[in-house]
Design a protein around this ligand. Sequence first.
Ligand code: COA
Length: 185
Amino acid sequence: MEKPFTIDAGRVRLRHLRPADLPAFAAYRADPAVCRFQGFDPFSEAQAVDFIARHSVAAIPAAPGEWVQIAIARRDDDELLGDCALHRQGHEPRIAEIGITLAPRWQGQGYAGEALQGLLRFCFAELGLHRVVALVDPRNAPSVALMERVGMRREGHFRQNGWYKGEWCDEFQYALLATDWPVAG
Ligand SMILES: CC(C)(COP(=O)(O)OP(=O)(O)OC[C@H]1O[C@@H](n2cnc3c(N)ncnc32)[C@H](O)[C@@H]1OP(=O)(O)O)[C@@H](O)C(=O)NCCC(=O)NCCS
């Protein structure tokens, strides 16, 4: 049997989403505040059920060109805190995009920073990726702060680069190269 996917980083563990995560996952994914600066709208319960069913058995990493969502759980008690996402480009799988979401009650405690450190370590040390990118709405101050805290470098400000929630939205592009990793400090 294949070894289960786990990445430990500080107080958090990255692992597959599980059916037992459903109540917590469905609650924060249905929250409009959590979705405000994301490319998806609040989930219905049925969407959450379907999403967990698919991602609980998905390959990590997914095939190039596909996204996989990975659970962020607390190591102490396996409580689901949120999820992060990884997408290797279809035409250049050595370049990946990442994303992250925490349930509101778990924000502001440093968990996202630890989860991103773990995800970046997985990308560079285990997958041998060349470059990891994250796109952030400049109005999303906690996300901007998070990217800078983990040492992602702001490479660009793309004006009205995406159509989300009924409006054109600017995006900051953050990235890190394998040669930047690990970030000092
Ligand atoms: C983006 C997001 C994941 C950032 O989460 P976050 O809680 O701000 O980040 P962290 O978990 O790393 O917590 C950092 C905060 O905890 C504080 N903190 C408390 N204890 C800490 C500890 N032990 N270690 C580090 N930081 C700690 C930090 O000071 C910081 O607070 P500050 O920003 O007021 O200075 C979160 O805002 C979110 O899920 N938003 C909704 C989804 C979203 O928009 N995702 C991004 C799409 S691009």
